[in-house]
Design a protein around this ligand. Sequence first.
Ligand code: RB5
Length: 152
Amino acid sequence: MIVAIATDHGGFALKDTVLQAVREAGHEVLDLGTHSPEAVDYPEYAALVGEAINDGKAERGILLCGSGIGICIAANKIKGIYAAIAHDTYSAHQGVEHDAMNVLCLGGRILGPEPAREIVKAFLSARFVGGDPGQERHARRVGKVRRLEDGA
Ligand code: RB5
């Protein structure tokens, strides 16, 4: 799959590790910046990844900032984006399997490179199970989330 990746300056030091982990997992990277450690505003980078997913240019996204929080809050303001911070591998795959998470958020000032690599791989190897026999409850719950998004 194509994975859109963006970071602000707070996550910049971890970006190359993430790009490499995505490629090692057999996926293609859409690198949407930032391209230097100079300070930038994280909502702009959340928007770039959200647009790439909503325009069909990427299937999933990975966003980084210092804590992962600001860019995750921003991403979740975009319709169709289901972003979460996962700083452990269980959350990284379960968020996709049960909650249809399509954007993984990481804190570049929190996470070391090795945990980041494992978390990225757990995120990318997971798939939403809501369509599987016996797993319909997850599709029902995600449907209710989508209705909240529509203001219902
Ligand atoms: C930037 O200094 C920092 O505030 C940002 O990267 C992020 O951690 C916000 O949540």
